[in-house]
Design a protein around this ligand. Structure first.
Ligand SMILES: *Cc1c(COP(=O)(O)O)cnc(C)c1O
Length: 487
């Protein structure tokens, strides 16, 4: 059997083969029908694959080799910060006293875990320049929604019920308008100018006393630092609105500039991006939210406090928006972020920012002769290229992304932001060596040459993967929920 036709686990199944051995039953046997209410018991046993332990290990090991992850290769997915996950994080997260406690334990018995979360909040306050932080939200988008709900609660507490609009630049991450909609706001789009930054005139035009907040990603998804933040803060605060900072990718400014000092009222961070939590595959994530003092009464409860030398959860928060997550967020990711911050130290975190920006600019300048550079200015942690030159040769950005798979790379983010034609958004991250960056650059240069000389090689890529081009939407629209045996 070639590597290409790996069998499905169902096809490997042999009746009666098992991959486990359980001890003999030493309690009275009960049927499911005796234990479950009527109507909840299956009529037929499910058709599960029957395989040995070795079969299943080999099956999943083989599948994992077909997958692409940060531990298997360079992963320059823009606006996602796919960086190395230090292995010391994993050692710490597995310590008995952290891994084997239960969230329903009495507070006195888990003071160490509470202290860790409290200290992490203190570090994040310092890093962002905010007055209080909650670790509850489970992801970046969840943090956005939590922050917006607090902003709504703040306005309503002031008797201000007409603030129905949230302003979002056209270069924002897609979760921003989505979170605003889920939080019950109407989103208003503000344009980016020729320079890729928010157009201040357009901003002034859309702002009024119905503005609840402006959500800003900085650096924006073009990788550019929004230089006019102080003016924007003045414009928004001038009409009584709040400023929301999407800090998912803080590794472009961490230890250099703080959202709190720029006038932001709320910020969320992605611990599973900037702070090295394993990322992708649906989580778990962590999206802590920091707020300025006037928003503190609205924080989700409980709030972790230190009182009389004890760490405890404070539920006496009458103006709180309520709980947004069972327990206090994803503790395991908090442990990893805490370990990372402590092992890096303040100088280390500053170096992270410097390398993230250096790596992105190095790559951008080396690729600029071969692809179009729509914004020819220094970038932060990521940058965008346009494949419009290649498009004229019949090679689309999608083809370039597929061709990169043949070189063993996960492609960058493509076709986003929408305002850049044939966009490629590349984020190398700070954790890659110059050799790795150079190897990727060489692959991109080769693809640019192929587009000119042998475009069909790019158009028909990938050539080396198990499956060629998948239908990009079919899998999402028509998921296979059940394996049907061919008759
Ligand atoms: C990743 C990202 C988000 C969303 O974070 P999730 O954890 O995926 O919900 C929001 N904004 C920006 C800028 C991001 O990069």
């Amino acid at each position: 059997m070639s590597k290409k036709d790996q069998k499905l686990i169902f096809e490997m199944s042999q009746p009666g083969r098992i991959g486990y051995s359980l001890p003999e039953l030493d309690v009275p046997r009960k049927d499911a029908a005796e234990l479950l209410p009527d109507g909840y018991v299956r009529e037929e046993a499910p058709e599960l694959p029957e395989v040995s332990e070795l079969d299943i290990m080999r099956h999943y090991t083989a599948l994992s080799k077909r997958n692409h992850g940060v531990d298997s290769g360079f992963y320059p997915l823009g606006s996602c910060t796919m960086k190395y996950n230090p292995k010391i994080n994993e050692d710490i997260a597995r310590l008995d006293g952290l891994a084997h406690i239960h969230p329903l334990q009495q507070e006195e018995t888990v003071q160490g875990a509470l202290e860790l979360m409290y200290d992490l909040q203190e570090h994040l306050k310092e890093i962002t320049g905010m007055d209080e932080v909650t670790l509850q939200p489970a992801a970046g988008a969840h943090g956005e929604w939590t922050g917006l709900m607090m902003i709504r609660a703040f306005h309503e507490a002031n008797g201000d019920f007409n603030r129905t609009k949230v302003i979002v630049p056209d270069s924002a991450h897609g979760t921003n308008p989505a979170s605003a909609a889920v939080a019950g706001f109407e989103t208003v789009t503000v344009k980016s100018g020729e320079d890729g930054l928010v157009d201040l005139e357009d901003l002034k035009r859309v702002v009024d006393e119905t503005t609840a907040a402006l959500m800003l990603t900085n650096p924006n998804t073009l990788g550019l630092f929004e230089e006019n933040i102080l003016e924007m803060a003045e414009i928004i605060h001038g009409v009584g609105g709040k400023l929301y900072y999407d800090g998912a990718n803080l590794n472009a400014v961490m230890s250099k500039a703080r959202p709190g000092d720029m006038g932001f009222d709320v910020v969320h961070l992605n611990l599973h991006k900037t702070f090295t939590g394993p990322h992708g595959g649906g989580g778990p994530g962590s999206g802590p939210v920091g707020v300025k003092a006037d928003l503190m009464p609205f924080l989700p409860k409980p709030v972790l406090v230190k009182k009389d030398g004890m760490y405890q959860f404070d539920n006496e928060r009458p103006q709180s928006i309520g709980r947004v997550k069972p327990f206090y967020g994803n503790f395991g990711i908090n442990v990893r972020a805490y370990t990372y911050i402590r092992s890096m130290g303040p100088d280390g975190l500053k170096a992270v920012t410097e390398y993230a920006v250096l790596n992105a600019n190095y790559m951008m300048r080396r690729l600029a002769p071969y692809f179009d550079l729509p914004y020819n200015r220094h970038s932060k942690h990521e940058f965008v290229l346009s494949g419009r030159r290649q498009k004229k040769l019949g090679v689309r950005t999608l083809d370039i992304a597929k061709r990169l798979l043949d070189f063993g790379y996960h492609p960058p983010t493509i076709y986003f932001p929408l305002n850049v034609e044939e966009c490629m958004m590349i984020e190398p991250t700070e954790t890659e060596s110059k050799e790795t960056l150079d190897a990727f650059i060489e692959a991109m240069i080769q693809i640019a040459k192929e587009a000119e000389e042998t475009p069909e090689v790019v158009q028909e890529a990938p050539h080396t993967t198990v499956i060629g081009r998948l239908d990009e939407t079919l899998a999402a629209r028509k998921p296979v929920l059940r394996y049907e045996k061919e008759q």
